[in-house]
Design a protein around this ligand. Sequence first.
Ligand code: DON
Length: 576
Amino acid sequence: MNAQWPILKCPHRIFLYKFLFVAGLFVLSFSTGLPAQTYSQRGMVVSSSKPASEVGVEILRKGGNAIDASIATAFALAVTLPSAGNIGGGGFMVHCNHKGEATSFDFREKAPLRSDARMFLNKEGILMEESNHRGLLSIGVPGTVAGLYLAHQKLGKLPWKELVQPAIELAEKGFPMSWALYMEAKHLRSQSGPGDFMHHFFEDGSGQLTQPGQLWKQPALANTLTMIRDHGPDGFYKGVVAKKIAAFMADHGGLITLQDLWQYTAIERAPVHGTFQDFHIYSMAPPSSGGVALIQMLNMLEPLVPDSIPFNSADYVHFMAELMRRAFADRAKFMGDPDCGKDIPIEQLTSKTYARQSLGDFRWDKASVSDSAACVLQPDERDHTTHLSVVDAEGNAVSLTYTLEDWYGSKVGINDLGFIFNNEMGDFNPVPGVTLRNGQIGTEPNLIAPGKRMLSSMTPTIVLKDEQVFLVVGSPGGRTIINTVFQTIVNVLFFHMTLPQAIGAMKIHHQWLPDEIVFEQHLMSPDTQKALERRGHRLRPVSNLGSLMGIVVDRQKQVLIGAADASAVDGAAIGY
Ligand code: DON
């Protein structure tokens, strides 16, 4: 054996160790920065959890289409990624078939019928701290089960039961607790709440915290999923599950009643459409602000000549920040639930003419100023959501983003039912008429009203080239989602980056208020930072923005290329 390693004994071994150390750092820097890419010739599923991606691919292998695979993956994520995967939250799905025809499904949560615009204010009209993000009042009527079912009814191929069954098995038989999940479990064990739900959530059968590598089983969740498998949405919105939810809410001061649950409906909506060069973009319409803002920004960028604006230069960051500022000002002014309140001028906002007008006061040498007097308070969105992208063998695609809002949502659950409720009520504008420079918004279109859907930033998007699916993307990240998806699309379409390069490249975020550029700290040079400050920008470093899950369809090479952001440590792009 030793004879095979003589070099370790030679006088140059110090040099060798140094070389290995430096090479290791080099590899590490690449492996943490750029996600690995996966190739496949038929179908692909990319999600933030490997066991969930495996479930989706298995459905594709069985002959399921992209809708089927996305439904099965979403139910599996409700088991394996409980921080964001859910049946107690809501979200959006954009679908595009192989003929280039797009549609979308809105399963955003709704405000309970007993809610009102001032429910989070005290007698003096002041926002009670964190009240819209914590506890039972923060819970919106969940939409996920209804949304996945509606998509299945309209476009699914395999039987519903076959799509829910893999999640039941994951919950019943368990799956190995990952290190990342274990670290979350340790932290959450200290959380209290009705029934100490989070305290017991990660326990094994003997009341101990499930250890890394040990199978984590969730029998109560398996039972709830079984009701959904056997009865469709009625298994959740009616019958025993609904009764338990309503009784729990009544006992603990929540607002959701049986009527809220019976009345919940998901909606098929026309997606927002825009063009960029020769590409067609389909994304989510209100009540998500994502699609409209994305298309507004692409329209503003389109006239620019790529070679005139080097990626990551001060000019580039300045220009991108100014586009974002303008799109987010419009978001605050116009966006909310399209079914409650005034019409949203989607056509005008997404027109090329409007983009030109928006940039009328743009200057290369000077930052604009975000004028909070023009509007009122934005809700403080949190950081945990999850996205999945699917392409099937026929060339149909699904881009699905759903959420509990905060990390593990409201952290409230019912021991018997085994799932966590969202805290999505925090996405409404909490104080009517009050917009602050810290980013809190109080504009009319997104005030709380009974049965209304809260405004979202989720941006599940599909890009077509020659009328066929080319790119499927989405991300978590609260309001940063819109800009993360925007920049990833720009990186691929405008700068011709590969998908892993586009995902790993530096991202910035500007949301009008607060008036600052948030940037990924290790990826912007000090010189660029100084140049931006000289133009009047305020900068704020963060370690990471977004967690993209994407697929590119390379028709020339006849291959699908999938990549999961390196920040999703349990994520995986799996093809077959
Ligand atoms: O709907 C929204 O835009 C937010 N509730 C999403 C929250 C979120 O993305 C947190 N993610 N990481």
